[in-house]
Every structure is written in C-alpha cells, then in structure tokens.
Design a binder for this molecule. Sequence first.
Ligand code: FAD
Ligand code: NAD
Length: 481
Amino acid sequence: MVEDQGKSLDMAEYDYDVLVIGSGPGGYVAAIRAAQLGLKVACAEGRETLGGTCLNVGCIPSKALLHGSEKFAEAVDGTFAKYGIKTGPVTLDLGAMQAQKADSVKQLTGGIEFLFKKNKVTWLKGYAAFEDAHTVTVAGAKVTARDVVIATGSSVTPLPGVTVDNDAGVVVDSTGALALDRVPDHMVVIGGGVIGLELGSVWRRLGAKVTVVEFLDQLLPGMDGDVRKEAAKIFKKQGMELKLSTKVTGVAVKGKTATLTVEPSAGGAAETLTADCVLVAIGRRPNVEGLGLEKIGLEVNKRGQIETGHDFRTAVPGVWAIGDVIPGPMLAHKAEDEGVAVAEFIAGHTGIVNHAVIPSVVYTFPEFAGVGLTEEAAKEKAKEAGTDIKVSKFPMLANSRAKTNHEPDGFVKVIADAKTERVLGVWCIASVAGSMIAEAALALEFGATAEDIAYTCHAHPTHAEALKEAAMGIGGKPIHI
Ligand code: FAD
Ligand code: NAD
C-alpha cells in the first residue's frame, strides 16, 4: 500500500509499478534495470525510435561521421601515403557516409527495442504529460504508475535572434549538421564546446573551411586549463580558424548565404563573416515544457533543471528524475548510471552514482579526455583546505606507441594531493584518450595514489603507458623522459 494525498492506493490499482518518461540513455536503462528487478515497467517515448538524443541525433551518429571522416582525411591528407599505401585519387561519396551513419543508428535504436521486448518493458508511443503524480497521459490515454521517472533529456539552446532551419541547411543545430547532404564551403560554428569541435572536425575533414566563434577566451569550458590551451593549438594546426573572446550578435540569411555579425565579447568593433552553413552549438537545455509539471507542483531551478536528492527523488513523492533534465554534466554515461541507480532506489535497494568521477571525452583527433578535478579546481580546493597539490605531465611524444603511430600531439597530466599523493584528476590528449581515461576513472573510484598507478604493470607498447609514466612523475621521475 502507498499513501497518495491522504488516500491509500493498492499497488494493483496502478497500471505499472514504474513509468519512465523518455527512452534516452537515462530512461531506457532505468526501464530495463527496473524490469530486471522484477517491476512492471512502461516507457513513454514520443520519438519514432527508442534511444533518445544519444542514439538518434547525438553520440552515435556523431561518432559514425567522426570515424568515417577520419578515414577520409587519412586517405587525402597523406597519412596513408606515409605508410606506403597508394590510393590514387580519393573522392567522397557523402551519401554512402551518411548511409553508414544511418545504419549504425538503426541497428542501435532497434537494439533498444529488442531489449525492451526481452525485458518485458512496454513502449508507450507518444509524449507524456502529468495529470497527477501517479497519472500521465500518453497519446490521449491515461496511464497510472506507482513511481514515475522523468528522463526527458535536453534540447539545443537557441541563440536569441538566430533561427535554425535544419531543412534549409544554412543555419543548423547539431541535428542539422549531422544530416547535411553537401560539404559546406565555409561553416561557421557558434560555440567552441564539444559539439562545435566534434562536428566542426567532421566537416573540416570532409573539405569545408571551418571557423569557430567562441564567446570565452578558450575552447572546451569545464576542461583543465592546459588541455584547453593545447586544444586551441591543435585545432589551429589542423586548419580551423578560431575566433576566441568573440560573440555573434546576429545572423542574416539570404538564399543559401548567411552573414554573421560578430564582435569582441568585451565589446568593440563589429565585423561580418559570410558562410554557407552556420552551426549553432552553444549548449543544451532541459526538456520540461509540456510535461505538465505545474499539475504536480514540481518547480524547476533557475537553469530550468529538475532538482533531486542523491537518490534522484524530486520534491514530489513518487516522482523521480535523471539524466540531462537534472543538474550535472549532460553526458550519456552519467544518464545511464543514474538510470541504473534510480531503478535500484525504486526497487528498495541502494543505487550508487559517484558524481565526482564522471569522465568526459571529446572525440576529435586527437581525443581530449578528463576525469576528476582540473588543476585549477584542485588548487582552489587545496587552498581552502590548507593543503597543496602535485602535478605531473608526460608528453605523448615520449610514448613509444604514439611515436610509432606518428601521433605526436598530446600529453597525460596527473593531479594529486601533495602529501598523500592520492589522485585527484587525470587529463589526457591522445589518439585514444577516451579509452585511456577509463583506467583513470577506476583509479579515482578506488581512491588510488599515483604510486598505485605507477606500480601497476601496463602492457607495452600502449598509449596507456603514458598514464603510468605521468603517475611516476608525482612521486619521482618517469623513465622515458
Ligand atoms: P535524451 O537522450 O535526450 O532522451 C530523452 C528522450 O525523452 C528523447 O528521446 C525525447 O524524445 C523523450 N521525451 C522528451 N519529452 C518527452 C515526453 N514528454 N514524453 C515522452 N518522451 C519524451 N554524450 C556522451 O556521453 N557522449 C557523446 O559522445 C555525446 N555526443 C553527443 C553528440 C551530440 C550531437 C549531442 C546533441 C549530444 C551528445 N551527447 C553525448 C550528450 C548525450 O546525448 C546526452 O547527455 C544524453 O542523450 C542524455 O540522456 P537522457 O536520457 O537524459 O536524455
Ligand atoms: P558546450 O557547453 O559544450 O559548449 C558551448 C560553447 O558555446 C561554450 O564554449 C560557450 O562558451 C559557447 N557559447 C555560448 N554562447 C555563445 C555565443 N553567444 N557565442 C559564441 N559562443 C557561445 O555545449 P555544446 O557543445 O552545445 O554541447 C551540449 C552538451 O552536449 C554538452 O553539455 C556536452 O556535455 C554534450 N555533448 C557531449 C559530447 C561528448 O561527450 N563527446 C558530444 C557532444 C555533446
């Protein structure tokens, strides 16, 4: 029996034990885990396919194009030739590249549908809106559940005065930039964050001139300062034009041409840029509109997010929230871990998400990855606590595998407490930084010291040895530099 606004309801009076709203990495994982724990589960999804932003228009299609465009670039920029591979004239079949992307998306979204069937999760097709805390309308039908999980994700933040039209393909957001049927001559990316650099890289590799306009004085906000500085050098070297400390004040479209007005962020003389494609990538905001939150008395914070406790309960009993719609990094793996945890809490277990150890990765070439504190944040924390930190950096140039593969850019940086040498943060720039960071996340999760990493045998020759060497630098000296 549960209490509901003064009256007791028998569980059998609900259609489901758990109703999850949204089938992104947060929602589908929550639904599957809840079903695995023996609960009767439904998941409402308004999109035509399951998997949310990540599988349909985010992580997966962007990685498919990043991978394809990297192969193309290697063929045209002389990389293959360096290995003695003669290709002859290389041409791009963009239709085929887009088709392999669509195929990856289809297989993975179909995979979630299969997993729903396997775990007996009912897919309610349509957008859900609350009637009360235990009743939701989906496609005109009322559905009740003892517990409701809001996992509605996020959408592109609009730039005031700039109209995105993905169909016209001149001013696009990430969804439009993933679906272009031509290589732009000049793409201007508004926002030097993750999306801007990943999708900017795709179209630069395929032949576009790419200019990135970033409001702040560095790219990749939230990452370690050294990583951000190095990112600017690397992307410039690759041919991207960077306009840092610059804001876009307007975009006028005439036919297939956009004219952007830009000026220094701090104010100053304006200039214009023309482009045949403008990508607006200035962040994402939580999806709460149309959910009927007012009907259950659930308020959002100043950033439009739903606040929860550590167990993902909202202020309304029986209503939970996870993923991009709540505070924290907007990342698929964070949403997934919260999905597992919320299901475990609902089933009466204890779910665990360590929000201090969420890796982040930018899947460009090289990749940029980090976990734990930046050097700046670690210094600040140490100052408050009256302690100190140690920092050690090992260049990929001195890593045998990176050298053999002709991948000289990047480094691994370990930040540790000066006294205990406990690792506080790890930052990597390397061709496979996204895979390397998993070891660092495990080290942080287990409270490892730099010595623990340094005395762990790492296979040779691997990029991961650079992490071992950077860790060696905290307590003593690395061998190979
Ligand atoms: P979402 O994936 O946004 O899913 C929410 C779902 O809820 C959507 O399908 C939506 O249709 C549905 N929905 C919304 N409202 C309702 C309603 N009222 N009723 C029913 N259904 C509803 N993250 C990474 O970690 N790695 C990456 O490489 C990465 N790449 C990205 C690339 C791009 C271009 C973009 C845009 C994002 C990327 N992200 C990446 C971020 C990642 O996609 C999100 O963090 C993740 O999808 C959030 O998961 P979620 O479950 O919270 O929400
Ligand atoms: P972001 O927050 O990463 O970057 C947005 C950038 O736009 C910031 O650098 C910001 O300073 C800048 N900006 C804001 N307003 C501006 C303006 N008016 N003019 C110029 N610059 C401006 O956001 P994003 O790149 O849109 O990505 C959204 C979210 O999607 C991120 O939170 C990210 O976590 C997630 N994502 C993750 C991955 C990944 O994990 N590899 C990939 C893509 C997206």
